[in-house]
Design a protein around this ligand. Structure first.
Ligand code: GSH
Length: 207
């Protein structure tokens, strides 16, 4: 049985749970991550030296980095539609997965801590504005891509890339600030909310 360590308030954990749902995989989930259970303890650091969630464990095999876990789960299942075998399609899925982790994810950090989590110490208005401006710039890249008319991020079919991007888009819409109108992103969000396996992970309680 797969074991997934991590709190459901984390986008990176929900990516893994959504993927498991798409693939019909059974798993046990254990709550880790602040403020529920501190992962910076020796027991957890032995699994992931970064002290971050998610972590996947399968028969003694341990894997961290959410998007690597997504790829592992999809490939275990033979790839299929979530990670197409076609070299260029597969590379496009990976392109958006890497982009989500390295370009889209970092800018929102300060704004989400300030506006959603109300984390003490995140109250500098200039830093909030800067975080929103940087977040908006990368969301405009997504808008420019989606307005070309494909239904999904990597083309005509739903893939792993949509799981990572849809959860990020969900966060964009659930963070309380005056966001720029991005019509193609809004339409995409509505389509993603229809995805059965994604519904539990894109609720109002998990921005
Ligand atoms: N690049 C990592 C980032 C993981 C990450 O930032 N995890 C956050 C939650 S989203 C975390 O563990 N924060 C510390 C905590 O929850 O205690 C991944 O994609 O797995």
């Amino acid at each position: 049985m797969l074991k997934i360590l991590g709190r459901v308030t984390s986008i990176n954990v929900r990516k893994v749970l959504w993927t498991a749902g798409e693939l019909g995989l059974a798993y046990d989930r254990e709550d880790w991550g602040m403020p529920i259970r501190d992962p910076k303890v020796p027991e957890f650091l032995a699994l992931n030296p970064n002290g971050q969630v998610p972590v996947l464990i399968e028969d003694g095999f341990v894997l961290w980095e959410s998007n690597a876990i997504l790829v592992y789960l999809a490939e275990k299942d033979g790839g299929g539609a979530l990670l197409p075998a076609d070299l260029q399609l597969r590379a496009t899925v990976l392109q958006w997965l890497f982009w989500q982790a390295t370009e889209l994810n970092p800018p929102w950090g300060y704004a989400v801590n300030a506006l959603v989590r109300k984390t003490p110490g995140y109250d500098d208005e200039a830093k909030i504005a800067d975080s929103i401006a940087r977040w908006t710039r990368v969301m405009e890249i997504l808008e420019g891509h989606l307005e070309k008319g494909e239904a999904f991020v990597a083309g005509a079919q739903f893939t792993l890339a949509d799981i990572a991007i849809a959860l990020s888009v969900h966060r964009w819409f659930l963070t309380p600030f005056e966001r720029k109108g991005l019509p193609a992103v809004s339409d995409y969000y509505e389509r993603m909310k229809e995805r059965e396996a994604g519904k539990p992970w894109m609720g109002a309680g998990t921005p």
